[in-house]
Design a binder for this molecule. Structure first.
Ligand code: UDP
Length: 238
């Protein structure tokens, strides 16, 4: 049997991915499909950590620009990511996968706090670790949390799961000439302001020499192909 290219991965799952074509919240069919794709790579013996976003429920930037205190709005956004983390954990339980949620904000009755050593042990035991509450700090994003936790977990790659199958020269929905990059450097992604991850997250990945692959979680088998090192999505490297 061919061996996977990556032994330990961190998947960044945006809140938007969880809502599918709905305008808000979590779509049950969509979350089940995502979990099934993750289950396929666990079967390969790959260790999986997940950082989940919250944009399907609450994003701090918009209310802040409408006059709400930014830090308060961001804490609300972080709580939204915890809700998604719990929903994902539950979907994994239904699928027969063992997952643990660790939150960067202390909400003891709901999720265990983020403890690096414990998270590493869960990964070694083959459990999925879902990180909620982002970095635990306002003014950051879950993309940055993904770069941070991937570095702490010594993951070999950050896999950014999106609705699009990679990074394009322009928005493929509006520009028919747009082409997909197979590979990109972090410097190019930052200087061209390509919609990969926010600049803080990209800079952290670059500094840690943490490769990043952008792929579609809605393309059946794409996650597995990425993990096997097959041609899929866009790979961003130093
Ligand atoms: N957030 C934050 N600090 C973090 C991570 C997230 O303040 O470290 C807040 C922020 O308000 C953000 C919201 O949580 O808008 C949801 O996260 P994000 O926008 O990254 O989710 P996604 O776009 O991936 O669904």
């Amino acid at each position: 049997m061919p061996t996977p290219k990556y032994k330990r991965i961190l998947i960044k799952l945006s809140g938007e991915a969880l809502m599918g074509d709905d305008s808000y919240g979590i779509n049950r069919d969509v979350i089940d499909r995502i979990v099934s794709e993750i289950g396929d790579v666990i079967q390969l013996g790959v260790e999986v950590a997940v950082v989940v976003g919250g944009g399907n429920i609450f994003r701090g930037v918009a209310p802040a620009s409408a006059g709400m205190d930014r830090a308060t709005a961001d804490y609300m956004g972080m709580l939204a990511t915890v809700m998604n983390a719990l929903a994902l954990q539950d979907a994994m339980r239904r699928a027969g996968l063992i997952a643990r949620v660790q939150s960067a904000l202390t909400i003891q009755q709901v999720a265990e706090p983020y403890i690096r050593g414990k998270a590493l042990r869960y990964l070694e035991e083959g459990k999925v670790v879902i990180f909620g509450a982002g970095t635990g700090n306002p003014f950051f994003t879950t993309d940055t949390a993904a770069a941070l936790r991937a570095s702490e977990m010594a993951a070999q790659v950050v896999l950014k799961a999106t609705k699009v199958d990679g990074v394009y020269t322009a928005d493929p929905k509006t520009d028919p000439e747009a082409t997909r990059y197979d590979r990109l450097s972090f410097d190019e992604a930052i200087s061209k302001n390509l919609k990969v991850m926010d600049a803080t997250a990209l800079a952290l990945c670059r500094d840690q020499k943490m490769p990043l692959c952008v792929f579609s979680i809605f393309k059946h088998g794409a996650l597995k192909r990425v993990v096997m090192g097959e041609d899929e999505g866009t790979l961003v490297e130093c």
